[in-house]
Design a protein around this ligand. Structure first.
Ligand code: BG6
Length: 501
């Protein structure tokens, strides 16, 4: 790797005030895979001090020490490449407490939690509901019943908020009956990703982009979130949800909003969220009449990933289902800036490789000077690699150096995070947890945002149903059914794959 004069270590992180965090569902996957390791990392970096308490709650009878041991064991399983120094864990684990309690029931069992909080009314108190969304309302109600909600309390909800608009509204109503909107932190972990945060900086802090970030200069936009993994241990949830609900309703629509929103006049949470919601409202609704022309559904079949044979979707779920493991669609934003610019979105499980990327495809130049040499012009393209191999690439047409006339080459200007930045950058959950502690709502979804996204997605779901839109098969390890390529081919375009460049 060449010496890069811009390569810099991360700035020192400021410690946060001590806080009390109650993780309901503490023995579950999210808690042990993401939350505890994230808190450990923030502690190790000196952001969390020893007066903080992390209180695991679940129905399992366990001592605090058993919970600490379980947390460490799972940490090592989920993060096999990480070395956790024994003395670090020893110190960090002192912050971990445990209480066995059924959050769905009122009763004596809440006493231990009440006692733990006696005298801590002014400390920031966070209730993290790492639970199925159907319980969010009841859990909030019981937290209030137990007298645990204070002025400094916040509640954290995970996506999916419901499975359609009606259920999302019911959850929001129930949680909203206890916590004011400003105290509700709805997580879409994509908003905590480093490269997703950079979208705002890239667009609005570099003066070369904003003047051309519109229908005058941009031909189309592609957003791909491809995964190589299958449904893993979540067959039950995923089989009912499918890729549209699991990924498009939240992660992909959030990316779409950040790429296409108008410049907010500052970065206050509600100012940015107001701009995002305008995009969601301007999304052209899909109807049974056009649904086949603008969406593709798929399910993976047996295939191979990284040389290993893998099961089909049906085998992974243990039954035939009508949900999709892959979706591709063409969205239009009916506003001035984006008139006539399609946004192609695709996401799926068991695709060729894990990669999330956004492609901004600029239009061809107005007059092609070099066409006479028989070379097709390749217009400028901006590739934003969200993960892995995070970076930004601007593909420019360049003269191939040397004699022999005007031969053209497509050459990238490349910003690679690995080369440019020395620091380990935190996992999305680390950033999100610290944002909750600070009370910064900017990285979280507001109620109307979630519901407007559902409104658009609901139309797709009902149109699929009315039209009986077929689900096409694709071999695991490929990039979705052939119909996904045809979706773009009809518009004389093709999916662009940064990894292949
Ligand atoms: C979750 C989805 O929200 O995001 C999962 O429920 C998906 O199905 C995951 O695998 C992808 O997240 P990441 O951070 O690995 O891209």
């Amino acid at each position: 790797m060449q010496d890069n004069p811009h390569r810099k270590a991360a700035a020192q992180l400021l410690p946060v005030e001590p806080f009390d965090l109650v993780v309901f569902g503490a023995a579950g996957d999210l808690s042990l895979r993401k939350l505890i390791p994230s808190l450990f990392h923030r502690w190790r970096d000196g952001q969390i001090g020893k007066a903080t308490r992390i209180i695991g709650v679940s129905r399992n009878a366990m001592s605090a020490q058993e919970f600490r041991d379980l947390a460490l064991k799972r940490f090592q399983t989920y993060h096999p490449n990480e070395t956790i120094a024994a003395e670090d864990w020893e110190k960090f684990s002192k912050l971990l407490h445990y209480i066995a309690l059924d959050v769905g029931q009122q009763g004596e069992t809440w006493k231990a939690l009440q006692e733990l909080f006696a005298g801590a009314a002014n400390t920031v108190r966070i209730f993290y509901l790492a639970l199925p969304p159907a319980i969010y309302g009841r859990a909030s109600k019981n937290i209030a019943w137990a007298g645990l909600k204070t002025e400094s309390s916040r509640v954290v909800l995970e996506k999916p908020i419901g499975h359609d608009l009606a259920s999302a509204r019911a959850i929001n109503d129930a949680v909203g009956a206890v916590f004011e909107e400003q105290k509700i932190f709805r997580i879409d972990h994509y908003l905590g990703k480093e490269t997703v945060q950079n979208l705002i900086v890239l667009r609005f802090m570099n003066s070369i982009f904003e003047p051309v970030w519109n229908a005058n200069a941009i031909d189309h936009v592609q957003i791909t979130v491809a995964e190589a993994i299958g449904v893993e241990g979540r067959a039950n949830y995923y089989g009912k949800a499918g890729a549209l609900r699991d990924m498009v309703q939240n992660h992909l629509l959030q990316l779409l909003c950040l790429v296409s929103m108008e410049p907010p006049f500052n970065l206050d949470a509600d100012i940015v969220r107001d701009e995002k919601i305008k995009v969601l409202r301007a999304l052209r609704p899909m109807t049974p009449d056009n649904i086949r022309a603008v969406t593709v559904r798929g399910q993976y079949e047996q295939g191979a990933i990284g040389g290993l044979a893998v099961n089909s979707y049906e085998e992974d779920l243990g039954a035939a289902v009508t949900s999709e493991s892959f979706v591709a669609l063409k969205a239009n934003i009916d506003n001035w800036r984006w008139k006539g610019v399609p946004f192609y979105l695709r996401t799926g499980k068991r695709m060729q490789s894990r990669r999330s990327q956004i492609i901004i495809q600029f239009k061809e130049v107005a007059h092609n000077l070099i066409n006479s040499k028989g070379q097709a012009p390749q217009p400028t393209r901006l590739v934003i690699r969200l993960q892995p191999d995070e970076g930004v690439q601007l593909l420019l047409v360049t003269k191939d150096p040397g004699p022999g006339g005007m031969r053209l080459r497509y050459v990238p200007l490349n910003l690679s995070y690995a080369e440019a930045f020395e620091a380990r950058y935190p996992d999305a959950y680390e950033r999100l947890l610290m944002a909750v502690v600070r009370g910064d709502l900017g990285l979280f979804m507001r109620r109307d945002e979630v519901e407007t996204a559902w409104q658009w997605v609901d139309k797709i779901l009902t149109s699929w149903q009315k039209d009986a839109t077929p689900i096409h098969g694709y071999a695991a390890g490929t990039d979705g059914p052939v119909q996904s390529a045809m979706l773009l081919d009809r518009d004389k375009r093709e999916w662009y794959d940064a990894a292949a460049e």
